[in-house]
Design a protein around this ligand. Structure first.
Ligand code: FES
Length: 200
């Protein structure tokens, strides 16, 4: 007995419907995520995100923002001017490195404390002089005369001796070595500027 195309089509449709009905109850049995589980996963995700953000911020602030030899970072110098002689100019670090008659080492920020001009070393007068309004400063940065309200600003330094001893100047005073032949290097931190109060 042959089956007509119409009957065959109807049989195929009927069998597909039966298959779908057989599968549908199984799909309905798959358990969905409960409200408690959803809240648990959402809470876990938020905590993970917050932890990652905090770690990222800690790394960001923990890393030095300026490299060595870049203004804002640290400069390492292994030579000094002779005590009482003209200071060394460091254009990249924007400072003068002075060694006083008594062997005190100090790094002076190049910007005048009056209105921000760049002062210069005048060898003939053995002092710093500002070309804008005439403020004058000693080799160690101390105010002499003029409209500047205070002595020159300094950078924090660390002086390292040949035996590994480190001396620093958190107050901005020159670092004095008993014996300059013991000098090995000076690290100038141009990210830490020290303002002297008044004309000292
Ligand atoms: S800016 Fe230097 S004296 Fe005025």
């Amino acid at each position: 007995m042959t089956t007509s195309p119409t009957v065959a089509k109807a049989q195929t449709a009927a069998s597909k419907k039966q298959e779908q009905q057989a599968v549908a109850p199984q799909a309905a049995k798959i358990p969905g995520i409960s409200r408690r589980e959803f809240l648990y996963y959402a809470w876990g995700g938020s905590i993970s995100l917050l932890t990652a953000q905090t770690a990222g911020l800690l790394i960001w602030f923990g890393l030095p923002r300026f490299g060595e030899g870049e203004f804002g970072g640290t400069f390492l110098l292994t030579t000094l001017p002779l005590p009482g002689s003209p200071p060394l100019d460091n254009p990249q670090g924007k400072f003068w490195l002075s060694v006083t008659e008594g062997g005190g080492i100090v790094a002076l920020y190049k910007v005048c404390t009056h209105l921000g001009c760049l002062f210069r070393w005048v060898d003939a007068n053995h002092r710093f002089e500002c070309p804008c309004h005439g403020s004058k400063f000693e080799l160690n940065g101390r105010f002499i005369e003029g409209p500047a309200p205070r002595s020159l600003d300094r950078f924090a330094i660390e002086v390292v001796t040949t035996s590994g001893v480190i001396a620093s100047n958190a107050d901005g005073d020159p670092v004095v070595l008993d014996d300059l032949s013991q000098f090995r290097e000076v690290r100038v931190d141009t990210g830490t500027r020290i303002q002297r109060s008044g004309k000292v």
